[in-house]
Design a protein around this ligand. Structure first.
Ligand code: ZN
Ligand code: ZN
Length: 65
């Protein structure tokens, strides 16, 4: 196998670091990543719709603390 490791499928919206596929956490900055349920792209923190496919993003359970 001479395949080089594939380029990461996406980048962290926060630190722009590479995210392993569908990882829950960005390794470089440790932030929790949520993904568009429609296209699977990582979503910016306060996005109300997906920047990629414009799908509305349902709010996850809010943690009011
Ligand atoms: Zn990051
Ligand atoms: Zn999307």
């Amino acid at each position: 196998m001479n395949d080089q490791s594939k380029p990461p499928s996406c980048n962290c919206p926060y630190c722009d670091g590479p995210i392993h596929e569908q990882a829950d956490l960005c390794q470089p900055c440790g932030v929790r990543i949520s993904y568009c349920s429609k296209c699977g792209k990582p979503l910016p923190k306060n996005a109300s719709s997906c920047p990629e496919c414009n799908a509305a993003i349902p709010r996850e359970r809010e943690n009011k603390q």
